[in-house]
Design a protein around this ligand. Sequence first.
Ligand code: ADP
Ligand code: MG
Length: 243
Amino acid sequence: MSTTTPRLEIRNITRAFDGRRVVDDVSFKVMPGQVTCLLGPSGCGKSTTLRVIAGVDMQDTGEIYIDGKLICDTVFRVPPERRSVGLMFQDFALFPHLSVAENVAFGLSGSRAEKRARVEELLRRVDLGRYIDDYPHQLSGGEQQRVALARALAPRPKIMLMDEPFSGLDNRLRDEIRDETLRVLKEEGAAVLLVTHEPDEAMRMADEIALMRRGRIVQQGAPYNLYNAPVDRAAAAFFSDIN
Ligand code: ADP
Ligand code: MG
């Protein structure tokens, strides 16, 4: 039997606010090198789940494992900065007073030469090598997004947590940036948990989709399985407006 340890596994996570369970017994895995999408309508509990995994919020019950190691249960808790997670949110602000190179190097340790090599490698990867000494305001929105991706990937996080990172981009750019981001994530071999409320984004980017509704995972599997065999009418309706 071949067994691969999940890069990330959460088991039976619940989180309630004012007695209301907004995350209700959620379990899923993200395998190495794969993109798992947590997909569901606004308010279903996606961001809360992500914040618990990042360690900026705390679950009421359940466990989180990274590479098979327990990082958080209800009594034991590794702090956020030691979880080896990369974060990308919709408002991915770069540091305006730092150059592109300094932004990407921000979370890196090591010698100057090592840091410079990693920064150059990543900027090449996102095709922005020529902007290495420029400042964020000199770049377009799409270019800034790619710098933010390079910055998040620089310390080689074990898992990238991305919360609707493309929703601030205009339609014209979005598909292109999604594809570009996916290519870079795959080249880096990153494991990704991508939160989105857009079924077409999940279909485009995911290896695996966990469909969430009112705090619960209602279906999980490969994108075409969810698309072709939705678990119920609501899931079918949710996927029906993909073009
Ligand atoms: P999603 O990211 O899927 O849109 P969220 O995880 O942000 O959903 O929110 C899920 C539900 O939990 C929402 O009803 C939201 O209002 C509520 N919620 C989120 N954070 C808090 C909080 N800190 N205090 C009270 N309610 C919250
Ligand atoms: Mg959200």
